[in-house]
Design a protein around this ligand. Structure first.
Ligand code: AMP
Ligand code: MN
Ligand code: MN
Ligand code: MN
Length: 275
């Protein structure tokens, strides 16, 4: 089963339109695809229609930005109801907070001598409520401020750097709650990316499990093979199942293409078994 349960369209910070994403999933032999745009489900319906036309299993999803104990984390919601009013209201609140944060990122970059970044990123995103650091990174790379996206993040957009602005996202409680109330399964996305030590990670997993979280994204391009084993072990220990997602944003830009990662470790319950 080639399940890819994490990717983005141009409704958030991906580069492909829903139809292009669906065609790529088919060409890459993906059997089950979840679209998981950041804090947004507006492309779910169109992607679902495209996938069903090509007889590929489609799972409606979302990737919710959350703050846990001061650390930014992402919670993927799978098999959600994209029409659930409580979920939609929660996501709208997060998106609306993106506009002011993006202005602050622009101001902060201007102070560091880079003018026009807000306008440049906005032109790429199309909507101030959709503005993410990815759009700033694309603009800054285009303007030659760094070699590629990775170096842009390293130099400008992460904690301690000129274009970084702290932000309060949804609580873990809200993010998991909205997903569950809409009938979905909550997945802790790419845990290897968080600035948490081993004890803090276990505390996060305990909170996540207690709130009704379902799975850990064990197989992610953010992880090394050693981390596949580490997070598979933690999933078993905390009674969580495992997920697999490429976090694909676009050709050339993304580390992993759709459906291209190793399989889940065989002794781990796949989150997709329940569908
Ligand atoms: P935001 O939600 O605005 O904070 O933007 C986060 C997005 O930036 C993530 O979803 C990734 O797409 C992208 N991102 C974060 N860190 C990096 C990195 N080191 N390299 C490339 N892209 C990154
Ligand atoms: Mn992204
Ligand atoms: Mn993420
Ligand atoms: Mn993602």
């Amino acid at each position: 089963m080639n399940a890819d349960l994490h990717c983005h369209s141009n409704a958030s910070d991906g580069l492909l339109r829903p139809a292009e994403l669906a065609a790529r999933a088919v060409n890459r032999s993906v059997h089950m695809l979840a679209l998981t745009d950041h804090d947004d489900v507006s492309a779910v319906q169109e992607t679902r229609a495209e996938m069903e036309r090509m007889n590929i299993r489609f799972i409606p999803g979302v990737e919710i930005s959350a703050t846990w104990n001061g650390t930014g984390i992402h919670i993927v919601g799978l098999a959600i109801d994209p029409a659930d009013v409580q979920l939609l209201e929660g996501l709208r609140g997060i998106r609306e907070s993106r506009a002011g944060r993006a202005r602050a990122i622009g101001d902060s970059l201007a102070e560091a001598g880079i003018e026009g970044a807000f306008e440049g990123a906005l032109a790429l995103a199309g909507n101030p409520n959709q503005l993410s650091r990815t759009h700033f990174a694309r603009y800054l790379a285009d303007q030659g401020h760094a070699r590629d996206m990775k170096s842009v993040f390293h130099r400008f957009l992460v904690e301690g750097k000129p274009g970084y602005v702290p932000h309060q996202w949804a609580s873990l409680d809200s993010a998991v709650g909205w997903i569950r109330a809409s009938g979905g399964a909550a997945v802790l996305a790419h845990p290897g990316r968080y600035a948490l030590d081993a004890d803090q990670m276990r505390a996060l997993l305990a909170d996540f499990r207690d709130l009704g979280g379902a799975a850990i994204e064990v197989i992610s391009p953010a992880h090394t093979p050693a981390q596949y084993r580490e997070y598979a072990g933690l999933a078993r220990e905390f009674g969580l199942s495992g997920s697999r997602g490429s976090d694909f944003h676009g050709p050339r830009e993304s580390k992993a293409d759709l459906g291209s990662l190793p399989p889940l470790p065989p002794d781990l319950q796949p989150v997709w078994d329940q569908w």
